[in-house]
Design a protein around this ligand. Structure first.
Ligand SMILES: NC(=O)c1ccc[n+]([C@@H]2O[C@H](COP(=O)([O-])OP(=O)(O)OC[C@H]3O[C@@H](n4cnc5c(N)ncnc54)[C@H](OP(=O)(O)O)[C@@H]3O)[C@@H](O)[C@H]2O)c1
Length: 332
């Protein structure tokens, strides 16, 4: 079967741009025993792919020039040579940037059909699991906590703040721009959101949280972490999740150790892979909230693989508003 796919056109040394990729047509692999032929519905674009393209990510090696770009997808099974899977099933797995693909059944997750398939790339997917791990397993957020998180319009930050509120905390977002802050406040329902692009934003945080926060969840890097650490209450918790502003350059992501000591802060490094064995637990907890609309992530989607490269460049520039996705086909 012929399939369009996006491949690496040249090695990536700095921030990936659309011209680093191109679309080719290839024949799909033959389906062996234990494998599934799938049609991709939605492709997830995530910040880690930028690091992976430069060989700087735990999740796998960089593709070679001409190789298919990596990425998590939701897909519909067309042919199954694996027990427990049948044509029509909706699955998630790493097919990559492609219309069709062959997945090892052992690496495919059969999805709960109650939620939209694309929810399994955002709120119920890896970003939502990351938020759950940081909020409930590491920082153990609960009633009475004052929770702050940056990149709050994105899927990790957005779910983290909504989850903190569902657990009885107050949640405050930090995001780049008025539109993102409106999304965080009005759609995700955070108590407030601060636009770090506006001069004096830390004064606004100080006015809103005169006694500081008990938990800070970091997704961006030193420019937000340093001032937010200064506002942390003594004995507070910090979750170090992501460094979006440092991925594309060599600026060191520093941690002000003196402030950590003075605050008697509890610092938790988060790697979502540690929590993959507990993914079903998160889906079980979150699905009713997703179905009732209490937990949501806005999708920032384009239609078609030919749009994927430019959309990915937007994500790399931090211009996405919500979960970056490429819609490829409708569920049959
Ligand atoms: N530790 C783990 O296991 C794990 C797992 C998943 C994700 N993560 C990390 O969690 C963070 C959030 O992930 P996400 O999928 O929800 O991403 P996202 O929020 O959709 O996108 C990243 C956001 O980072 C912000 N940002 C600030 N400076 C940036 C810069 N120089 N370049 C690009 N982006 C910049 C932008 O939001 P603003 O404009 O609002 O600042 C951008 O929208 C990322 O750092 C990601 O790598 C970590």
């Amino acid at each position: 079967m012929k399939s369009l796919e996006v491949v690496l056109a040249r090695p990536v040394a700095d921030m990936p741009v659309a011209a680093d990729f191109h679309v080719v047509e290839r024949e799909t692999d033959a389906v062996a025993q234990g494998q599934l032929l799938v049609r991709v519905l939605d492709l997830s674009l995530d910040p880690y792919i930028g690091s992976r393209l430069r060989g700087r990510h735990l999740g796998g090696a960089a593709p070679t020039v001409g190789g298919r770009l990596p990425g998590e997808c939701v897909a519909q099974v067309l042919e199954s040579k694996a027990e427990g899977f049948a044509p029509g099933d909706i699955v998630a797995g790493e097919v990559g940037w492609s219309e069709y693909g062959v997945l090892d059944a052992g690496k495919a997750r059969k999805l709960d059909p109650r939620a939209e398939p694309s929810a399994h790339l955002s709120v119920l997917g890896m970003p939502g699991l990351t938020a759950w791990a940081g909020v409930t397993q590491l920082a153990k957020v609960g009633s009475g906590d004052i929770f702050t998180v940056d990149a709050a319009a994105g899927p990790v930050g957005g779910v983290a703040g909504q989850l903190a509120r569902l657990l009885g905390a107050k949640a405050y977002g930090i995001a780049g721009g008025a539109e993102k802050c409106a999304l965080v406040r009005d759609v995700y329902g955070f108590d407030d959101c601060f636009d770090y692009r506006v001069e004096g934003w830390t004064d606004r945080v100080a006015e809103a949280l005169p006694e500081g926060q008990t938990v800070h969840f970091e997704n961006v890097g030193a420019s937000v972490l340093t001032p937010m650490l200064q506002r942390l209450r003594v004995g507070g918790r910090i979750v170090l999740c992501g460094l979006a502003e440092h991925y594309q350059n060599s600026t060191p992501a520093t941690l002000p150790v003196g402030t950590v000591i003075g605050k008697r802060a509890h610092v938790h490094g988060l790697v979502v892979y540690d929590f993959y064995p507990r993914w079903a637990e998160w889906i079980e907890l979150a699905t009713p909230w997703v179905l009732s609309g209490q937990l949501k992530v806005v999708e920032d989607a384009v239609q078609g693989l030919d749009k994927a490269a430019a959309h990915f460049e937007r994500l790399m520039r931090g211009q996405n508003q919500g979960k970056a996705l490429v819609k490829i086909a409708a569920r049959a």
